[in-house]
Ligand binder design. Structure first.
Ligand code: 13P
Length: 254
């Protein structure tokens, strides 16, 4: 029922030419993989060129952030209206946005509502910090982020959630498959209470945090994990292709 999804979050990396080269280095192989949805999330400035390069392929695009208004005096921001021409997905509430750009649950909730209303599929990121984890508060933080992020959002399987424990991002210290599966199971049950069981079962929930071609199989083997949001390893063509192809072959659509 849930189609596996691998998204590459390039973060603030790649100049125009580097983005183009990176896509060219993986496009044919990615396009030929059938059993998983493939999404590249480059910096805003490269979305247009990537759209051109990927237009006749099965590779989809996402943005890394957006504003919650369509237009106006918001210097430096990018609106959903601009993105709908360029991509299908948008990453929202990444922990780096929460941490360095003071994005609150309320702001993220506005963005989720706006993205869905604009026809974009949000990849809503949630995850506890190391401190929350060590003080036993992980479940509480995750429940708050899910409930606040989805406040007044109508049940929809267009939503994607990425569980990214902050302590696993860019550290080389990934969660174990079992840990991630347990938390993702919790997220699904919170959503079932908030919405309904059926929609909660249809929403794809990804794991993110130090995913590589060497550990993806451990996550994909878990029943609740529908794919991954990949940072560093998505900047290497062979790594990303390997992550996608392992996912497609190990995870048969349910
Ligand atoms: P890394 O894969 O580099 O740990 O980053 C994960 C992430 O933040 C993806 O959004």
């Amino acid at each position: 029922m849930r189609r596996p999804l691998i998204a590459g979050n390039w973060k603030m990396n790649t100049k125009l030419e580097e983005a183009e080269n990176l896509v060219r280095a993986m496009l044919a192989e990615l396009d030929s993989i059938d059993g998983a949805e493939k999404v590249l999330c480059p910096p805003f400035i490269s979305l247009a060129i990537l759209k051109e390069l990927t237009k006749t392929t099965s590779v989809k695009l996402g943005a890394q952030n957006m504003h919650f208004e369509d237009r106006g005096a918001y210097t430096g921001e990018i609106s959903p209206l601009m993105l709908t021409d360029l991509c299908d997905f948008v990453i929202l509430g990444h922990s780096e946005r929460r941490q360095y750009f003071a994005e609150t649950d309320e702001i993220i909730n506005k963005k989720v509502k706006k993205a869905l209303g604009s026809g974009l599929k949000p990849i809503l990121c949630i995850g506890e910090s190391l401190e929350d984890n060590e003080s036993g508060k992980a479940e509480q933080i995750i429940a708050r982020q899910v409930k606040a992020g989805l406040a007044e959002v109508s049940p929809t399987s267009q939503l994607v959630i990425a569980y990214e424990p902050v302590w696993a991002i860019g550290t080389g210290r990934a969660a174990t498959g079992k840990q991630a599966n347990t938390t993702i199971n919790l997220i699904r049950s919170i959503m079932a209470n908030l919405w309904n069981r059926e929609t909660a079962k249809a929403v794809r929930i990804l794991y993110g945090g130090s995913v590589t071609s060497s550990n993806i199989a451990e996550f994909i083997a878990e029943p609740e994990i529908d794919g991954a949001l990949v940072g560093g390893a998505s900047l290497k063509a062979s790594e990303f292709v390997s992550i996608v192809s392992q996912t497609a072959s190990l995870k048969s659509p349910r």
